[in-house]
Design a protein around this ligand. Structure first.
Ligand code: ATP
Ligand code: SF4
Ligand code: MG
Length: 319
């Protein structure tokens, strides 16, 4: 399977003005590395405000103007410039945005789903395809002539999902695609990701919903304080979590209702308050002297990756 997306050592920061005219660089994402292959669903799991939408917007070249982006984002092995991102978005790569505000309030739903077309034949073909996909999402013909304000929340989300699929994308980035949907529509949406995967599409599913991630993802990346701290396989989230590596991922898994809500003390340090060493230091039961002083790197262990000194010399070290 070909690798579609490569995000390497990406950081995103904002200039923040402190007292007077002093300014500082506020890092929201410090070191983000992940990859997505054809026919695979990679979920990135992170808490609210951890920078998940910024990651999606960085891939599509739609970050706010005051954001600084560093690191590399590659599609099929080629580093993407801002111009490349503008050219392939909505075509080879499609975004299912988190906010329904991405819909143009002044344009009819069908017109904005189809987008600009060169000639009548192309318009007819696109219209037919749009209808088929909309129908699949239970969006009847009456929706085509509606404006966004006339849609219910659930309908608007289904419009966003189906619009993203219209261009037959090879890579879909879904930013929190399920909140606000009823259980049945959540299941349908997740099933649709499974079908995309079977068709060879790569899906980056960005979510704070561990249940949604476990339901569909092949691999799950855990985002903590602006870092990817582990990329594990779905099957590792089973039993007592003994195959999970990072102490935070283990704690997260143990906190699932089915596993008895074993919560760890403390909170996730966010932007500006991240300590010098390992971001998990304050909460970690396995911490060592070095963890307070130095930042662990993301260590590649073949089909898993983990950011923890326990594993820097390989798996044996961590067990
Ligand atoms: N234009 C901006 N200027 C300054 N800071 C910003 C800007 N946009 C986002 N941020 C900061 O980046 C953080 C992460 O934002 P982001 O929307 O990516 O979070 P998220 O993980 O998607 O959250 P949620 O789960 O609520 O959707 C915000 O908490 C905010 O502090
Ligand atoms: S690097 Fe140290 S503090 Fe951080 S998770 Fe590993 S053992 Fe715990
Ligand atoms: Mg978000």
């Amino acid at each position: 399977m070909e690798k579609l997306l490569d995000v390497e050592n990406v950081s995103i920061s904002f200039i923040q003005y402190t007292q007077g005219l002093n300014q500082r660089d506020l890092k929201v994402i410090t070191d983000l590395t992940l990859d997505v292959f054809e026919g695979e669903i990679l979920a990135i799991l992170g808490s609210s405000g951890s920078g998940k939408s910024l990651l999606a917007h960085a891939i599509f070249g739609i970050l706010p103007e005051n954001a600084n982006l560093n690191g590399t984002i590659k599609y099929k092995g080629k580093e993407l410039s801002q111009k490349d991102k503008e050219e392939i978005r909505g075509k080879e790569i499609a975004l299912i945005p988190q906010s329904v505000n991405f819909l143009d309030p002044l344009m009819k739903i069908s017109d904005q789903a189809i987008g600009e077309t060169k000639d009548d034949a192309e318009k007819k073909e696109k219209k037919q395809k749009q209808r088929e996909i909309f129908e699949h999402y239970n969006l009847g013909p009456e929706v085509d002539d509606m404006y966004p304000f006339q849609l219910s929340g659930g309908m608007a989300r289904r419009v966003l999902v189906s619009t993203a699929l219209l261009s037959n994308p090879k890579l879909v980035v879904a930013d929190e695609p399920t909140p606000g949907l009823d259980q049945k529509t959540v299941k349908e949406t997740l099933n649709h990701f499974k079908h995309m995967k079977e068709d060879g599409v790569g899906v980056l599913l960005i979510t704070h919903d561990i249940h949604a991630a476990l339901e569909v993802a092949d691999r799950i990346g855990i985002f903590y304080s602006g870092y990817v701290i582990e990329i594990a396989e779905n099957k590792d989230f089973s039993g007592n979590g003994e195959n999970l590596l990072h102490p935070y991922t283990k704690a997260l898994y143990k906190a699932l209702p089915a596993n008895g809500f074993e919560l760890t003390e403390g909170h996730q340090p966010l932007h500006g308050e991240i300590p010098k060493g390992c971001p998990y230091y304050d909460r970690c039961e396995m911490r060592m002297g070095i963890c307070k002083e130095e930042r662990p790197e993301l260590t590649d262990l073949g089909n898993k990756k983990v950011r923890c000194f326990k594993y820097e010399g390989g798996l044996k070290n961590g067990t």
